[in-house]
Design a protein around this ligand. Structure first.
Ligand SMILES: *Cc1c(COP(=O)(O)O)cnc(C)c1O
Length: 358
């Protein structure tokens, strides 16, 4: 078997969910498991959290069906609502909580013949300008839904654009938009993603919606997951599959871009960009072997990457190589590549087997 595995630490996942709830005592929390639980495997994440989580949130009916097959009665929120009118029937059959983010969805909902009423989440566009009603339109939508046969609970939600930037003026402005609707009657309100769970208690409301923090990565560029008390859930581990000596002036890898400045020992590692390791990783990016950091040497290939183990003489064929996880925070690699931990985690490809521990 190819030595490459994404080990998923379920005890860490549970720890991180509990930490989200401890940030907001007395509130409930939808564990956001969209995008295959941010690449960790939705069925296993749901199975792991079903005893403790108040509910789950996903991006599509297809994702919701997957969660339902593992947990038949958890609250399960469709974050973007239904994409076509026929989906309301399926949503009702699955007993989903459904966001309503615009007039077209509202019209389709009110025209739908569904067998049982839905818990609805009217989405306010409080300033991100991606989905949701303006405050005035939302008041109108609220009035249209009062007493409608399709409605069980009527709830309010919104989403932050800059919660990961503490002190950004848009955060206050969005919160003001939201609290400006507090005179309307809602059963529940929800506003906080991970960043707001961790640092904006005024936004906690009734239901939190933590995503990235559950997986042990930080939503903040300037606050590490470790500082926040989060435990990394995924460790991506490959192995050394070849070692060679490279003389001064000889090159390594595609484009011959890395040239030995000293007699060097180069190891080839069983992970590449087709597994989700970023091809944009700049020179100086490190992996970890035997508890030591070792730099990349040359470009990342599709199935392999090469590293300079000259300064780690004990490194040998077959050694485990951590690409990210406990020793190399995924956020550190993401930042070096000009992206975010969310992208690296969700882009670990299907050919990397997930192994569950804890
Ligand atoms: C993805 C998502 C979340 C979770 O965001 P994180 O930053 O991962 O915590 C919360 N709410 C909505 C609407 C989302 O789409």
């Amino acid at each position: 078997m190819r030595p490459l595995v994404a080990t998923v630490d379920l005890a860490a996942l549970r720890h991180n969910y509990q930490l989200a709830r401890q940030c907001a005592p007395g509130r409930k929390a939808f564990a956001v498991v969209k995008a295959d639980a941010y690449g960790h495997g939705s069925p296993a994440a749901v199975e792991c959290l079903r005893e403790v989580a108040d509910g789950f949130a996903v991006a599509s009916l297809e994702e919701a069906e997957q969660v339902r097959s593992v947990d038949s009665n958890a609250r399960l929120l469709l974050l973007e609502g239904c994409f076509e009118p026929s989906e309301y029937v399926a949503a009702a059959e699955l007993g989903l909580d459904v966001a309503v983010q615009g007039e077209a969805q509202l019209d389709a909902l009110l025209a739908a013949h569904i067998e049982r009423p839905l818990n609805l989440w009217l989405k306010l566009d409080s300033g991100m300008h991606r989905l949701g009603f303006s405050a005035d339109a939302l008041r109108h939508a609220h009035a249209r839904l009062q007493g409608a046969a399709q409605v069980a609970e009527l709830n309010l939600m919104s989403h932050f654009a800059c919660a990961d930037e503490r002190g950004h003026p848009l955060n206050e402005a969005q919160l003001e938009q939201f609290t400006g609707l507090l005179d309307l009657e809602f059963d529940n309100r929800s506003f906080a993603n991970s960043a707001a769970v961790l640092t904006m208690s005024a936004a906690h409301m009734d239901w939190l919606r933590p995503g990235i923090m559950l997986y042990g990565a930080s939503p903040f560029a300037d606050l590490s997951a470790e500082t926040l008390g989060l435990k990394p859930v995924m460790t991506l581990t490959a192995a050394i599959i070849a070692i060679r000596e490279v003389a001064v002036g000889e090159c390594v890898g595609y484009g011959a871009g890395w040239v030995a400045q000293r007699p060097s020992r180069i190891a080839t590692v069983s992970c590449g960009y087709a597994d989700g390791y970023p091809r944009t990783a700049p020179p100086g990016t490190c992996v970890a072997i035997r508890g030591q950091r070792v730099p990349l040497a040359g470009r990342v290939s599709m199935d392999m990457l090469t590293i300079d183990i000259t300064d780690l003489p004990p490194a040998s064929l077959g050694d485990a190589v951590e690409l990210w996880g406990n020793q190399i925070p995924v956020d550190e690699l993401a930042q070096a590549c000009g992206t975010i931990g969310y992208e690296l985690l969700t882009k670990v490809t299907q050919r990397v087997p997930r192994r569950y521990v804890g």
